[in-house]
Design a protein around this ligand. Sequence first.
Ligand code: DQA
Length: 179
Amino acid sequence: MRSIFNRGEAYFTGVGSRDHKRMLLGGKMSENEKKSKILVIHGPNLNMLGRREASFYGSSTLEEIDKEIEKTAQECGMIAETFQSNHEGELVEKIHQAMDGYDAVIINPAAYTHTSVAIRDAILMLEIPVIEVHLSNIYRREPFRHKSMIADVVAARVAGFGKEGYVMAVRAVANMTAK
Ligand code: DQA
């Protein structure tokens, strides 16, 4: 089955998925292992949320946002892991890690959204749904923010809803990966 949510065939046929690999190994899965796992990646300067341009990004800290993401994932029967870095290479390496053991990625590459071919190329390797999130509506801002290097390689995008955008993305992933 093909879906608008995913570029590759593999995800929906199960090939390469965590469940498939475990089935091949003949192992039994614990309750936690059965849950879909989302990797949430935050790019540069997002560690400064709460102290950064509140009119665009709101007053919540990243820690508070991460807690909300984890809570929403739990409510949807999933597990969310969060990661933030100010370094492009570290973000790329984290995306590589999503190739094994995760069912979806939610990413706000922050300023790297507009510049990073490396992050785009890393996302292109993934066969799981990737959702792009921005706190602000990047299209209401400076022209250089209108261009996203990853817009055409992600499954879906959320922008302009503030921290609620992450909650929306987690819920959307729950629907996409429903087993
Ligand atoms: C952002 C928008 C980017 O343009 C900016 O560089 C960010 C945050 C957002 O979430 O609205 O750091 O990705």
